[in-house]
Write a protein that binds this ligand. Structure first.
Ligand code: EZ4
Ligand code: CO
Length: 403
């Protein structure tokens, strides 16, 4: 088999998505997600201008060799743009290989290790009361694990809380919108939020929370300690992780489990955190961390230290990534949990998919390949629209902070 063509499809059914489609001389095609929120066209260009010309004529079965060629062959290694582009190629090639075998992708990885993939949903409210109601609504939808995010008194906009409680889309403006941040207000509010959520939902539902990189290590340590009575499944992105040692300080102070890694793009971003047992869950994804080929390497390293997977699954990761992730999750021995934010009906119409949700668990389906396709005619109705993630500034003096 030979690769005869590859195309980048950019569309915006409510939000932007970049999809790579690879075609072969045997008529088999595969697709991969290349979406990098707020920087979509950079990945599209990387693929169009520098990757696709190198793919034509290659054997699509040589997934590992093509991965190494794109990673080592560029000379310039790593980075979110490069690794998202490599991920798109890798995902499309796994799709083709599984279709050629006539098997759902998880069978090629080693088969199912579990009956379904536990996912967590997002409960958001403008205040504690509404957040508690949302958590109960997610429980009633069947979710076994729920992330709770709430507005904070004195802050106008907070990460995770949007206009609608059903769909959350932070990339909301033609130029970055600006939010105010106050660590003091957030740290005062969050423990009482989880006190009330836990009291309302009882002991059996897993509760999660995303700090979204806003605390310093010592502040994160204090929040982790304050949240211990409410038995969180995890506290996510407690502090930025460029300095992997920062997590040592948090770890020394709290038994609240720690998750990090949605912005990581290679195993090197994870290495110290995993080898030093500073985290409990690694959140790297198919799309931003080099595809299934590289994610498998990260998961294997993590398994040596009893670190489990908990892949990012926000709406800016397309259904193509979600489909591939669910095959990975069904197989990976050290699976922990998978994030799942529902896409809009427009997005689902562009990306018909085989995966299903039932009673808090998802399944990738039995369709050969990863089970997600793109309807290019529908996609063409939704042209690209520039959209940025917000930025954060300290409320008291306007200093730029982590969003
Ligand atoms: O802010 O994917 O856990 N989920 C998250 C996401 C991220 C977005 C950024 O594009 O932190 O909502
Ligand atoms: Co997050």
């Amino acid at each position: 088999m030979k690769i005869t063509a590859a195309r980048v499809i950019v569309c915006s059914p409510g939000r932007n998505f970049v999809t790579l489609k690879i075609e072969t001389d045997e008529g088999l095609t595969g697709i991969g997600d290349a979406t990098l929120n707020g920087r979509e066209l950079s990945v599209a260009s990387y693929l169009d201008d520098h990757v696709i010309p190198c793919l034509i004529g290659r054997d699509p079965h040589q997934i590992e060799d093509i991965w190494q060629y794109l990673y080592k062959g560029a000379y310039w290694r790593r980075g979110p743009v490069t690794m998202s582009a490599i991920a798109a190629v890798d995902t499309a090639l796994w799709d083709i290989k599984a279709k050629a075998a006539g098997l759902p992708l998880y069978q090629l990885l080693g088969g199912a290790s579990r009956t379904g993939v536990m996912v967590y949903g997002h409960a958001n409210g403008r205040d504690t009361e509404q957040t508690v109601d949302e958590v109960l609504r997610y429980r009633d939808m069947g979710y076994k694990a729920i992330r709770a995010q709430s507005g904070v008194p004195g802050l106008e906009k907070v990460y995770g809380v949007g206009k609608s409680t059903v769909f959350y889309e932070p990339a909301d403006a033609d130029l970055p919108s600006e939010h105010d941040w106050s660590t003091e207000k957030y740290l005062r509010h969050t423990p009482q939020l989880f006190d009330q959520v836990r009291a309302a939902v009882g002991p059996d539902i897993h509760l999660l929370h995303d700090v979204h990189h806003r605390l310093t290590p010592i502040e994160a340590a204090r929040l982790g300690k304050d949240l211990e009575p409410f038995r969180l499944f995890w506290m996510e992105d407690a502090t930025p992780a460029e300095n992997q040692d920062a997590f040592r300080l948090i770890r020394q102070h709290t038994t609240t489990p720690l998750a990090v890694g949605e912005v990581f793009n290679t195993i090197w971003d994870c290495k110290g955190l995993i080898e030093n047992q500073l985290i409990d869950y690694i959140r790297t994804t198919v799309v931003h961390a080099g595809g299934i080929t590289h994610l498998r390497r990260i998961a294997d390293l993590a398994s040596l230290y009893q670190v489990r997977t908990g892949s990012h699954g926000a709406t800016d990761l397309s259904p193509v990534c979600m489909g591939a992730a669910l095959h990975f999750d069904l197989w990976v021995p050290n699976f922990g949990i998978q994030e799942y934010m529902r896409h809009t009906d427009e997005t689902d119409a562009v990306f018909p998919h085989a995966y299903t949700f039932q009673d808090g668990f998802m399944h990738p389906g039995q369709v050969p390949g990863h089970g997600v396709t793109i309807d290019e005619a529908v996609a063409a109705k939704f042209p690209y629209q520039r959209a940025y993630l917000p930025v954060n500034r300290q409320q008291h003096d306007g200093t730029l902070w982590n969003w």
